[in-house]
Design a protein around this ligand. Structure first.
Ligand code: HSC
Length: 694
């Protein structure tokens, strides 16, 4: 085997030249890899002993894309968009041998090859849109030529990969290799030569574009179909324009257009924020005082206490991952109801075609119910998901401690209670941890994991790995009231409530936050979650909130009762402003001696967002969150913070901490000490720094 450079090698097997990339962990297309591919192809073309070439990757995956760490730095030759045409121009057929994931620039490289073979588990996609950009090395021009325009639009604007079987059916791969991939690819390459099959240059294939040429409204129809999902995002629109160029322009012109549209996005704030977020999500997996090689507990079974909405949703995550679950309720009736809801949820997914009946049956077969905690004695982890009551939780944890085998993890889904205290109710506090799922628990990606003073490294490392296994994105935080997410949310809620007393309309507050990019504003969110939830918590704490309480006293619990902060017509989820609510607010303001006034959209936004940022600064100072970027992960995945703004901490840095600090002082002069800037915010602002500098 001859080394082309440190990351790419060239060897021959009979008449086939093999160019192998070895750039762990994901074979990203760094400058050296690009140079190596160029050199490898040149070596194969110059090698008279070979008639065909295989492009393969060592390690766990085919090329997973451009090297994102090179983005924003001066470009280094050779550019990928220059290397791919060299592959395509090879006088000998080049076969890409795909395993793992061929993503972004990786798939674009494979599309430059004349043929593609893959193993059955391979996944292929163009996820650039998730990084705020578009495929910039020919992907928007070549993919539609292979899979047709509608499918290319879908793949490029969603960024979601497809499996090998699907790829085969649409012509994106030519063969699935069930045995050794490289050997299979070599055999395939030889066969190509023996059969005298052509060098398929995708750039010259126009057949699949014809249909789109006859249907000019296709692009506008597609735009409309993704409008809700793509709201406020810049990249999907440029993706559509680039694919449109593949239909309307000759290949070379289309490539130029792709480049322009790519660069437009690349220099924008959204791309920077989304790329920052990509690394933030991965950084959140790392806990500084938990070494990488910490031994893990093998989680082969789970128990869940409580078959309510949360318990059921949590169970579904485990079932989906193939982990058997025993769910425990206090009565058979409650148990049957809970299991019935899980079944109904799966059935709905089956009817929408998003789950096969077979998969549903398999999931349900992994679920068992019980009314006895004793049935959890052998499980590897228990997650308690009952109502928020410290005494009851302590009692349950005390019992679980005695029932469960040594070494099993005892987790609580509490969103408010002190988990140190819960841990102290057991003889194994080092095995106690918070696993705070977000509702609906089978949908929301975030898992806020809460370490106590005693949680062991093994338990933390196990729960971080477990999150990934059940399809969640974890962030580890410490114990405090509301942990990270809800503690910050409470600050936004306080201001939203205050703003409507001062004169802002409920629908204005919601509109401003919706326009900012949240899926909905705080009042619509409260109506969705149920206004009675907060009411009960306030009653428990002996605190009042005049407007929110008055709304609940009228039985206006939100969408489920048809009325809340808004009115909902029968069977509708569309919020309609309701004069009754306005009357309640006006009266509450009068009682509090507040002179109502016009409140600007700018003030609404600042007053809702800045207190959250200030609270986050306190959270960081207290060491409750490890890094500012972990807070961003929590807000994007748990609360729908728009990812194109990176998260609250990244947004704060974008606005400038000095600007936020100055506004905080202005608000303090008007509204009092609640607005006192956190010492960390003050320090960073005065030093001209951002959270990124911590
Ligand atoms: C692209 O390809 C643009 C093209 O159109 C070309 C444009 C040409 C013009 C360019 C002009 C400038 N780069 O996720 P994991 C790291 S855009 C660098 O935990 P998994 C990751 O940070 C790219 N690093 O593993 C982590 O590092 P850590 C399109 C990358 O097994 C480690 O690898 N491609 C990287 O759960 C392991 O990652 C994508 O968006 C990259 N491309 O998942 C794919 N990808 O250990 C992005 C990963 O230090 N990658 N790393 O924390 C993924 O989706 C996942 O990593 C995989 C593996 C599914 C590949």
């Amino acid at each position: 085997m001859a080394a082309i450079n440190d990351f790419v090698s060239y060897e021959t097997q009979g008449t086939v030249g093999i160019v192998t990339i070895n750039n762990p962990p994901v074979n990203a297309l760094s400058q050296a890899v690009r140079a190596g591919i160029k050199g490898g192809i040149a070596a194969a073309v110059a090698d008279d002993s070979v008639t065909a070439v295989v492009l393969a990757c060592a390690g766990r995956t085919f090329i997973a894309g451009a090297d994102i760490t090179e983005f924003g730095k001066p470009p280094l030759d050779p550019a990928l968009q220059d290397v791919i045409p060299i592959i395509e121009a090879s006088s000998k057929p080049v076969v890409a041998a795909i395993h793992g994931t061929a993503l972004g620039g990786g798939l674009e490289t494979a599309l430059g090859c004349h043929y593609r073979v893959a193993n059955p588990g391979a996944r292929l996609g163009l996820p650039e849109v998730k990084l705020g950009i578009l495929p910039g090395a020919g992907g928007t021009q070549r993919l539609p030529r292979v899979v047709g325009v509608p499918m290319a639009l879908e793949m490029i604007t969603s960024g979601n990969p497809i499996g090998a079987k699907k790829a085969l059916s649409v012509g994106l791969v030519d063969k699935i290799i069930e045995t050794d991939l490289t050997e299979g690819a070599i055999a395939f390459a030889k066969q190509i030569v023996e059969e005298g099959r052509p060098l398929v240059k995708i750039s010259e294939q126009n057949g699949k574009l014809e249909e789109a040429r006859k249907n000019p409204s296709l692009f506008d129809d597609f735009r409309k179909s993704i409008a809700r999902k793509a709201r406020n995002f810049e990249a999907p629109e440029n993706c559509i324009k680039a694919v449109q160029a593949s239909v309307e322009l000759p290949f070379a012109e289309g490539i130029k257009r792709e480049r322009e549209l790519f660069m437009e996005l690349m220099v924008g704030e959204q791309a920077k924020a989304q790329q920052y977020f990509f690394f933030s999500e991965r950084l959140a997996n790392k806990i500084p005082d938990v070494p990488k090689d910490t031994p893990l507990i093998d989680i082969k079974s789970a128990g869940i206490v409580g078959a309510g909405t949360m318990g059921g949703g949590i169970a579904m995550n485990f079932l989906q991952a193939g982990i058997p679950v025993t769910i425990v309720e206090t009565s058979q009736e409650a148990l049957d109801k809970g299991i019935g809801i899980i079944k109904k949820n799966y059935a709905a997914t089956v009817s929408k075609g998003r789950l096969s009946q077979e998969a549903m049956d398999k999931n349900m077969s992994l679920l068992s119910g019980s009314t006895e905690l004793e049935d959890l004695k052998d499980v590897d982890i228990v997650i308690e998901a009952i109502f928020e009551n410290m005494e009851v939780k302590k009692e349950i944890f005390g019992k679980l401690d005695k029932i469960c085998k040594p070494g099993s993890i005892l987790a609580t889904n509490t969103s408010t209670l002190d988990i140190n205290e819960i841990g102290a109710a057991t003889s194994r506090p080092e095995y106690v941890i918070g696993l705070h799922f977000f509702s609906p628990a089978n949908v929301m990606k975030l898992l806020e994991e809460v370490r106590t003073d005693k949680t062991s490294a093994t338990v933390m490392a196990t729960c971080m790995a477990l999150a990934k296994k059940i399809g969640k994105v974890p962030a580890m935080v410490g114990v405090c009231e509301g942990f990270v997410g809800n503690r910050m949310l409470a600050k936004r809620g306080e201001q939203a409530g205050q703003l409507i007393l001062e004169g802002a309309k409920v629908e204005d507050v919601d509109r401003v936050l919706y326009d900012f990019g949240f899926p909905m504003g705080p009042f619509a969110m409260s109506d969705l979650a149920g206004n009675d939830v907060g009411w009960r918590i306030r009653q428990g704490k002996g605190v009042t909130s005049p407007v929110a309480d008055a709304i609940c006293e009228l039985g206006r619990f939100g969408q489920k009762t048809g009325d809340g902060y808004y009115h909902y017509a029968k069977g509708s989820r569309t919020p309609e402003p309701d004069p009754i609510v306005e009357d309640i607010i006006v009266k509450a303001a009068r009682d509090a001696g507040i002179n109502r006034r016009q409140v600007s959209d700018e003030e609404i936004l600042k007053r809702c967002i800045y207190p959250m940022i200030n609270e986050a600064a306190k959270i960081l100072e207290e060491g409750i969150a490890t890094r500012a970027s972990d807070i961003d992960v929590i807000w994007v995945y748990g609360y729908g913070w728009p990812v194109y703004r990176g998260g609250p901490m990244r947004y704060a840095d974008h606005i400038g901490l000095k600007n936020i600090y100055d506004d905080m002082l202005k608000f303090k002069a008007e509204h009092g000490d609640n607005w006192t800037p956190a010492p960390l915010l003050e320090k960073l602002a005065k030093e001209g720094k951002g959270f990124k500098d911590l």
